[in-house]
Design a protein around this ligand. Structure first.
Ligand SMILES: [Zn+2]
Length: 263
């Protein structure tokens, strides 16, 4: 991922070298890679089952600026999978409680909480401050909103979804004109399911968030560092009961908005 021109790479201090030594030692990361991570900014939508592991890992590995958007307060039924929260966080604002936890893990990075519902009126103001967006939201209305925003702004979107014992991961790199979008895979959903939270109605095994969220965090790192094979152009479909990981090709759909705008 190209950093904006005005973002000069900072100099690593001794405390950075100490904290990130196990990453810096990796040839594919090194000092330059760690500087890239520290200079990057990632917005995480949803401090839930996915947002918990995503934010914990991105903070720990040293993504320099992390934003977390969530409108809800912590409920007792969240704690089986939303591992960033503790029992004494119940009734606290999720985005604030999450940021407080992340500050303890890594006090050197910038953390911003947005205790609000992401909508078409505020998405520009919130997301324009970040280079890359990670979707850990729990409803289609928000998923499509984020997809359309990232497509328009040519940003990288790493999206994940979980239900019952299954999960999906997608990476869309909209700086590349061949990138499909979420609507290529899911052209439309009915108005009645648009705002439905699947976890609430269908149930979810707590560990699924850990599996899918950790893969999302891993994809974010790969996109920032430009290492490995990008998932862009594929969907990763995981069945945790059968323990199968299927990487399925996802092409642009000819009647999709992204085909028109980006051909
Ligand atoms: Zn599309």
């Amino acid at each position: 991922m190209d950093l904006p021109e005005n973002k000069k790479l900072m100099k690593l201090k001794q405390k950075h070298i100490d904290r990130y030594s196990r990453q810096i030692i990796l040839k594919k990361i090194g000092v330059i890679g760690q500087k890239k991570l520290l200079n990057s900014s990632v917005l995480i939508i949803g401090a839930g089952g996915l947002g918990s592991p995503i934010s914990l890992y991105l903070a720990a590995i040293g993504v320099g600026k992390i934003g977390i958007v969530d409108k809800d307060n912590v409920e007792i039924s969240n704690l089986s999978r939303q591992i960033i929260f503790s029992t004494n966080d119940i009734n606290k604002k999720k985005s604030h409680a999450a940021v407080n936890k992340l500050k303890k893990i890594n006090p050197d990075i910038k953390l911003i909480s947005f205790q609000k519902k992401l909508d078409k009126y505020n998405i520009n103001k919130i997301a324009n401050r970040f280079d890359l967006v990670v979707d850990g939201s729990d409803n289609f209305r928000t998923r499509f909103l984020i997809n359309d925003y990232c497509l328009k702004k040519k940003k990288i979107l790493v999206s994940g979804a979980i239900s019952k014992f299954d999960g999906h991961v997608y990476t869309f790199n909209f700086s590349k004109k061949e990138s499909p979008c979420l609507r290529c895979f899911i052209p439309s959903v009915s108005q009645t399911t648009m705002d439905l939270d699947n976890c609430e109605f269908e149930g979810i095994l707590g560990t699924l968030g850990g599996i899918i969220g950790s893969i999302q965090a891993n994809e974010v790192v790969k996109e920032i560092l430009e290492v490995g094979d990008s998932l862009c152009g594929h969907i990763l479909i995981i069945d945790a009961l059968k323990l199968t990981f299927r990487k399925v090709k996802l092409n642009k759909r000819k009647d999709c908005q992204c085909y028109e705008k980006r051909k």
